[in-house]
Design a protein. Structure first.
Length: 54
């Protein structure tokens, strides 16, 4: 990962430059991946009943 790509990903997930002191590169990458996962379609969403059976 280049510096430019890290700054782009941080900006895309809403992390400011001053907040970057508190985060690692891995944390920013994880935040970006999770943001992408939020847009993924799921065939089925678990309900409370599903969790109760688990």
């Amino acid at each position: 990962m280049t510096t430019a790509l890290l700054l782009l990903r941080a900006t895309q997930v809403g992390v400011s430059v001053s907040d970057m002191d508190l985060l690692t590169i891995g944390m920013i990458q994880d935040m970006y991946v999770e943001a992408l996962n939020d847009q993924a379609p799921y065939a089925r969403i678990a309900t409370q009943e599903d969790f109760d059976r688990f």
